[in-house]
Design a protein around this ligand. Structure first.
Ligand SMILES: C[S@@+](CC[C@H](N)C(=O)[O-])C[C@H]1O[C@@H](n2cnc3c(N)ncnc32)[C@H](O)[C@@H]1O
Length: 209
């Protein structure tokens, strides 16, 4: 493992495996994530309530299940994920719905998306907030690319009825509190909610913010 591999703010060690699928087993990991996290993606899709013609950024799109849902809903979809293998997988999935020119999936991170200021109506991150190198840098960047009035939805495994796999990945209360506190520091407000399959954090970029 390279000394330069990105580190998680939570674990303070380089990302491996499902946290950053690369190399020989990346596509297999992507396939497993796609199957295993399906109910979570559906729940997040419903909670984001994307409208036709909205511009949405998905952070950490993995194999691209949610990208496909957003495209089928008529949204304009962009995304960032640090794994080139996930980019390939998600792009292939997106091509089932639109021409490749109509979806902009980039290699990038929550902390450095490469998109211009105030671009998106909604920014969504599912099952990757503990993998960011810095909570503060991640929220600041996602605030920057949201238009005033735009909404952020960040989700992580958990909820009131998690699958057996997700139960093992649920985060302790003090860590969930750290996430919502960091979000409020940047957005000025924000809430945490326990849904059926995921723990969700939401904030809106204020008009003057
Ligand atoms: C566990 S997978 C989740 C994939 C998908 N969102 C899901 O819920 O099935 C984590 C994903 O986050 C990506 N990731 C890792 N570090 C990231 C970062 N700093 N910013 C954005 N995405 C990141 C990984 O490459 C991987 O695709």
């Amino acid at each position: 493992m390279s000394e330069n591999a990105p580190k998680s703010w939570l674990l303070d060690r380089p990302l491996t495996g499902f946290a950053l699928p690369t190399g020989r087993w990346a596509k297999l990991m992507g396939w497993f994530m796609g199957r295993g996290n399906l109910a979570e993606q559906r729940e997040v899709f419903d909670t984001v309530a994307i409208r036709t013609d909205e511009r949405v950024l998905e952070v950490g799109y993995g194999p691209g299940i949610l990208v496909e849902y957003f495209l089928r809903a008529g949204a304009t979809v962009s995304g960032v994920d640090p794994s080139p293998d996930m980019r390939e997988m998600a792009t292939a999935r997106a091509r089932k719905v639109v021409h490749s020119a109509d979806v902009d999936l980039r290699v990038g991170t929550a902390e450095a998306t490469t998109f211009p200021d105030e671009t998106f109506d909604a920014v969504v991150s599912v099952n990757n907030v503990p993998m960011w190198s810095s909570l503060e840098a991640g929220f600041a960047e996602l605030h920057r690319v949201l238009r005033p009035g735009g909404r952020l939805v960040v989700a992580w495994h958990g909820g009131t009825q998690p699958t057996r796999l997700a139960k093992g990945l649920a985060l302790p209360e003090d860590v969930l509190d750290r996430i919502v506190d960091a979000m409020r520091d940047v957005f000025g407000d924000g809430e945490r909610q326990r849904l059926g399959q995921v723990e969700v954090f939401r904030a809106t970029r204020t008009a003057g913010g």
